[in-house]
Design a protein around this ligand. Structure first.
Ligand SMILES: *Cc1c(COP(=O)(O)O)cnc(C)c1O
Length: 386
C-alpha cells in the first residue's frame, strides 16, 4: 500500500493533509516523492526558520547528537544553559523554562502566572484574560485559553478561569479586568485566527493597566517569535516588556522545543518540582535552537522586513486581493475567492502556502531568496487573479 493509503489506515485522522508527500527538501525547496519541486512558503508553519537542511544548523544539531542525544533534566547540560543565557541576553528576561511545544510553553506560562498571583495575593485571583479569536494550543487548558467557541466542544470539562476580551477594543477589554484577574495573555499577531496584528494603542493601554494593577502581561510568541515578525520577538515592535513570553515553532528551526521566558517578577515563581518535562530543553533541540537564535541578527531581520514589503506590494497589486495583513514574514491575504482553492491551485503549480481562517497565510523561511519569492509570488498572484 502507498504511504497515502497507509496514512489513512493507521494515523488518527485529525489533519486534513494537502496532497503532497515529502521526499526531501533543501533550503526553500521541497521535493515530493514524484520528484516534483515546490517553493516552501509555509516553512512547516513558521518553523524551519533557515529552511531545510541548512548546513550550519545541521552541523550544530549533529555535533550534539554525536555527543549525547538526551540526558534528563536531572543533570546539567551545556546546550540548554547556553540557549537560556542567549535568550535572556537578547530579551532582558531573567530565566527560562524549557518545554517541547507551543501548547506546553503556554501551560508553563499559565502556571507561572497563577502561581505568582497565588504567592502574593492568595486564592481567588487566578483568572486569565485572553482574546477572542486567539489560539493558544490543543491541551485541555490551552483550548480553554483559546478564545474561540469552536474549540470548546467534546472534551468537557475544560479548565476554568479564562475570559475572552475583544481584541483591539480598549474599553471592552478593560471591563473584563476585574479584581480576580492575575494575567492578560495575548498573541500580538493572531496567527491561526487570520493573521491579525494587535494595534499599538490597544497593546500599550492594556499593558499599562496591567502594570498598574500587578496583573502579568503574558505574550504568546509561539508563532510570532524567533524573527518571524521582523524583530527577534514581536513584542519588540511594541513599546512593552512582557512579564512572561512563551515561544516554540521557529525556536527549534524544525526540531521540537518550546520555552517560557520569565521576567523579573516571576523569575523564581516556579520552584523545585512545581513544573517539569522529560524532554523539555532536550540537548539536540537546544543545540539547534541556539544556532537559530544566535543567527537572528539585524541583517537577517532587515531582510525579513524587505521581503515582507516585497510580498505585500506584489499581493496588493492583485486585482482580487481584498486586504493584506500581518507583520514581517507572517502575512495573511484575504481575496474575493476561496483561500483553500487558491492554495490547492498553488500546490498544483509547485508552491506551498498555508491558510489561516478565510485567508491565505504565508510564513516562508526567513532566509528565502528573492529569486524564490519572486517565483512563488508569480504563482500565488496568478492563482489569486485567475
Ligand atoms: C501553534 C501555536 C500554538 C501551539 O503550538 P504547538 O507546538 O502546536 O503546541 C500556540 N500558540 C500559538 C500562537 C500558535 O501559533
Amino acid at each position: 500500500m502507498s504511504i497515502k493509503e497507509n496514512d489513512k489506515k493507521y494515523i488518527a485522522p485529525t489533519y486534513g493533509r494537502f496532497p503532497v508527500e515529502f521526499a526531501r527538501a533543501e533550503g526553500s525547496t521541497v521535493y515530493d516523492t514524484d520528484g516534483k519541486k515546490y517553493i516552501d512558503m509555509g516553512a512547516g508553519i513558521a518553523t524551519t526558520v533557515f529552511g531545510h537542511c541548512d548546513s550550519e544548523y545541521v552541523k550544530a544539531v549533529t555535533e550534539q547528537l554525536n555527543k549525547y542525544a538526551h540526558a534528563s533534566n536531572l543533570y546539567y547540560t551545556e546546550p540548554q544553559v547556553k540557549l537560556a543565557e542567549l535568550l535572556c541576553e537578547k530579551t532582558g528576561m531573567k530565566k527560562v523554562f524549557f518545554a517541547n511545544s507551543g501548547a506546553e510553553a503556554n501551560e508553563g506560562m499559565i502556571k507561572a502566572a497563577r502561581k505568582y498571583s497565588f504567592d502574593k495575593y492568595g486564592e481567588g485571583r487566578s483568572k486569565i484574560i485572553t482574546l477572542k479569536n486567539s489560539f493558544h494550543g490543543r491541551t485541555v487548558t490551552t483550548l480553554s485559553a483559546t478564545g474561540q467557541d469552536v474549540f470548546h466542544n467534546y472534551f468537557f470539562p475544560f479548565t476554568e478561569g479564562f475570559d475572552y476580551a475583544p481584541a483591539n477594543d480598549i474599553e471592552g477589554t478593560k471591563a473584563l479586568i476585574t479584581d480576580d484577574v492575575c494575567a492578560v495573555m495575548v498573541e500580538l499577531v493572531q496567527g491561526e485566527g487570520g493573521v491579525l496584528p494587535l494595534e499599538a494603542d490597544y497593546v500599550n493601554e492594556i499593558y499599562s493597566l496591567c502594570a498598574e494593577k500587578d496583573i502579568l502581561f503574558c505574550v504568546d510568541e509561539v508563532q510570532t517569535g524567533n524573527g518571524r515578525c521582523g524583530a527577534l520577538y514581536a513584542y519588540m515592535r511594541y513599546n512593552i516588556m512582557p512579564d512572561i513570553i512563551s515561544t516554540a515553532k521557529g525556536l527549534g528551526g524544525g526540531l521540537p522545543i518550546g520555552a517560557v521566558l520569565l521576567g523579573e517578577k516571576v523569575e523564581n515563581t516556579l520552584g523545585p518540582s512545581m513544573h517539569g518535562s522529560t524532554f523539555g530543553g532536550n540537548p539536540v533541540c537546544a543545540a539547534g535552537a541556539y544556532n537559530v537564535i544566535s543567527r537572528i541578527d539585524d541583517g537577517l531581520l532587515d531582510g525579513v522586513q524587505k521581503k515582507s514589503d516585497y510580498i505585500v506590494s506584489r499581493l496588493k497589486a492583485c486585482k482580487n486581493t481584498v486586504s493584506v495583513s500581518g507583520m514581517g514574514l507572517l502575512l495573511g491575504i484575504k481575496t474575493t475567492k476561496d483561500s483553500k482553492e487558491i492554495v490547492n491551485a498553488c500546490i498544483a503549480d509547485g508552491v506551498l502556502p498555508l491558510t489561516a481562517k478565510d485567508k491565505i497565510r504565508l510564513t516562508p523561511p526567513l532566509n528565502i531568496s528573492f529569486e524564490d519569492l519572486e517565483k512563488a509570488l508569480d504563482v500565488i498572484c496568478a492563482n489569486i487573479d485567475k
